[in-house]
Design a protein around this ligand. Sequence first.
Ligand SMILES: C[S@@+](CC[C@H](N)C(=O)[O-])C[C@H]1O[C@@H](n2cnc3c(N)ncnc32)[C@H](O)[C@@H]1O
Length: 452
Amino acid sequence: MKTMDIVIDHLTKEGVGVSKLNKKPMYIMYAIDGEQIKVNIDYEGQRNVFCSINQIIKPSSFRCNPKCNVYYQCGGCHLSHMTYKGQLDFKTKTVQKLYNEQFQNVKVIPCVGQDNPYFYRNKVQVPLQKKGKNIIAGFYKEDTHEIIPFEQCLVQDDLSNKIIKQVLIAMKENKIEPYNEDFQTGIIRHILIRRANKETMLVLITRIDSFPGRNNFVNSIRKKLPEVTTIIQNINSRHTNVVLGEKQKVLYGKGFIYDTLCNIKFKISPKSFYQINKEQCEKLYTKAIELANLTGNEKVLDAYCGIGTIGMIASKKAKEVIGVEIVSDAIKDAITNAKINNIKNCKFYCEDAEVFMKNYHGDKIDIVFIDPPRKGCSETFLNSLIKFAPKKIIYISCNPETQVRDVKYLNSKGYDFKEIYCYDMFPQSFHIETVTLLQRQNIGNKLKVKFD
Ligand SMILES: C[S@@+](CC[C@H](N)C(=O)[O-])C[C@H]1O[C@@H](n2cnc3c(N)ncnc32)[C@H](O)[C@@H]1O
């Protein structure tokens, strides 16, 4: 095996170390910028070189031993070889670099971390597999379909670890086989767990509708895990990577859970989006609402609203809020959420945000919150948004790359921005959550639009 000594120049946005060999980029997993490392050259292609660490000659001050004993096998986390300070520093620098490539003088506020960067995930989704006589659950090893089982996953709520173990025991006792994707046999494909203040939802994603042993299985879970307040079966018979299927039945309890976020009670159904880190989410939403600087007279649009969280929190300080979201269960939750909290100034629409914006003929919208999925907003959506000419746009994103792209477009059409705020919603992983305020430049009639 060919080895060589190198110095890590920088990290990719996925946290992979980069150096150079014969002008070709050299990628080294689990390396930290500034480190001097002896690497094994595992693959040298025409354009790229891939290496692994042989020996760390001069470690970074951010290097630490990961707490998780399957960290180097499991693809779930990416930064646990860095101290938490190092992870936050990496996230701030990554966002700064992305913005510096497109703009001058953008200030990135240092990434706001979590007091305890472990056991934060309130949603866990794990695939199952048969290994010998055992059933295992865990995350897929990077770029494979091989499951790496864990005893205790350190980023998920600890009750979830207990539930996963108990589900596997109950499956064995009731002779319920895990799904086999090669042969399209077996029953349970994934386990999905959602935790809230006092309630816990367990969703069993199955290949087929009914299966022998189901009632005993559910009874045994209820007996062993009284913390589980509802059990749902979701049926997904498709041969895809999409986890949830269309059809579902409630096997026990009410079929949803309630959580409280920023002092508002939210109903959450299995298919509705809900932020996975409550502590950090409250910090993020508080900043987003603060940036809007609402006076009570504004009409607000919450685009990509999920179960209505941001809009409902903003509604306390706004005249009126409308929310739009594509997932019908999420909109049903949002409508219920307004009712149970006695919020009367919010309306929710189930539609593709792009289509909604194009067809909107209501009153002038003053403030828009956007919180799109990872792919960001389409140009059609952004063009409609620009025609609306809101005074302020608060753009929340879980993918700074697409946020920069969209912010650049909005900036070219008359929206200024100064600062980017980062929140660490996903400690131990490379994912970053950001929020920024875009304000309409004062350019007279150019951006104004006529509403019918
Ligand atoms: C990042 S989540 C944000 C949800 C919500 N703002 C929150 O913080 O809980 C993005 C949401 O956009 C929804 N979505 C995805 N594509 C959409 C589209 N084309 N139109 C409307 N909503 C969409 C997803 O279902 C999801 O609820």
